[in-house]
Design a protein. Structure first.
Length: 186
């Protein structure tokens, strides 16, 4: 009951404070706003119909604006494989096996691979020891393994050198053989 009295007194005081008082400044501000001229908004410009643009297809030979200028090694190899499949009717050409899965050292260019030595096993087979300069991993390779991003097949391993036979595209859908090698790092 005691709190009810205080609440009632508070309401009476607050209502009495709102009544009366000088409101001339408020009236002057409202009159100033109403006296302003209504600004004219410019009309909406007419709607122009812009024709649709269709990005070029493979037959148009135009570059897609969303493609990178620089192609990755995987994209280049993919294009080579498309050339291979497009020229399938030419059977007199030399081509890599399109169904062989490339992995490990075949995904690295030869200039990223360094020969660091050789090993002989109990059957007197010679193995080449190669290290990748890009990731620092050491690999053991033998004759017949594939290495390098140009379908390089190892044909000979000596204590000082690993010899490869690589396939390079000749531009007509065929490939040509080229010899290359990795020498021992001193």
């Amino acid at each position: 009951m005691k709190y009810y009295r205080y609440f009632l007194i508070f309401i009476i005081i607050s209502l009495s404070a709102c009544g009366g008082g000088d409101m001339s400044d408020l009236t002057a501000k409202v009159a100033q706003i109403e006296a302003r001229e209504n600004p004219q908004v410019p009309p909406i410009p007419p709607f122009r119909i812009i024709p649709n643009f269709f990005y070029p297809t493979e037959t148009d030979r135009l570059r897609d604006p969303f493609e990178s200028f620089i192609k990755s090694r995987e994209e280049k190899k993919e294009e080579e494989m498309q050339i291979l499949s497009a020229d399938i009717e030419r059977e007199d050409c030399l081509r890599p096996d399109p169904y062989r899965i490339r992995m490990g050292l075949e995904k690295m260019p030869l200039d990223n691979l360094n020969m660091i030595g050789t090993l002989n096993d109990e059957k007197n087979n010679i193995w080449g020891i190669v290290v990748s300069s890009s990731d620092g991993i050491t690999y053991k390779v033998k004759v017949g393994d594939f290495m390098g991003d140009n379908y390089g097949e190892i044909i000979n391993i000596t204590p000082n050198k690993i010899e490869l036979l690589e396939l390079y595209p000749d531009g007509s859908g065929c490939f040509v053989n080229r010899n290359s090698s990795i020498t021992l790092i001193e």
